[in-house]
Design a protein around this ligand. Structure first.
Ligand SMILES: [Zn+2]
Length: 120
């Protein structure tokens, strides 16, 4: 994968990450409003505690996506981004365009889904 394409994917991933974090920041702000009403006497509630709270409240899907984005960014540093984790072939560019966090090529992904159906 050439440098230019890699940079483009990296930008897309960072933007997606920022979007999720912005969303959670809004959730946090709403939370703060609620907390001051609910816990008027509770003055020692630190921001980090609230943030921790928020992380639990973050919807699973978003948390998983954040993990996947971080993994993908880590792979970029390692130079393995865009490589299938199973067969180590290059993941189809079209697949990465649609979903930069993909870790399997289409063939391996289909195989995995097929297995999941059998063992589910
Ligand atoms: Zn594969």
């Amino acid at each position: 994968m050439d440098e230019k394409t890699l940079t483009r994917f990296k930008k897309a991933l960072l933007e997606e990450k920022q979007r999720i974090l912005n969303n959670s920041e809004n959730t946090l702000k709403n939370d703060l409003v609620l907390s001051t009403d609910d816990l008027a006497d509770e003055t020692d509630l630190t921001v980090s505690e609230l943030t921790q709270n928020l992380m639990f409240k973050l919807r699973d899907r978003e948390r998983q996506l954040l993990n996947k984005i971080d993994q993908a960014l880590g792979k970029m540093d390692e130079g393995t981004f865009g490589m299938c984790e199973d067969c180590e072939e290059s993941i189809e560019p079209r697949r990465l365009e649609a979903r930069p966090v993909s870790t399997l090529c289409i063939a391996c992904k289909e195989l995995q889904e097929h297995k999941e159906k059998i063992y589910a």
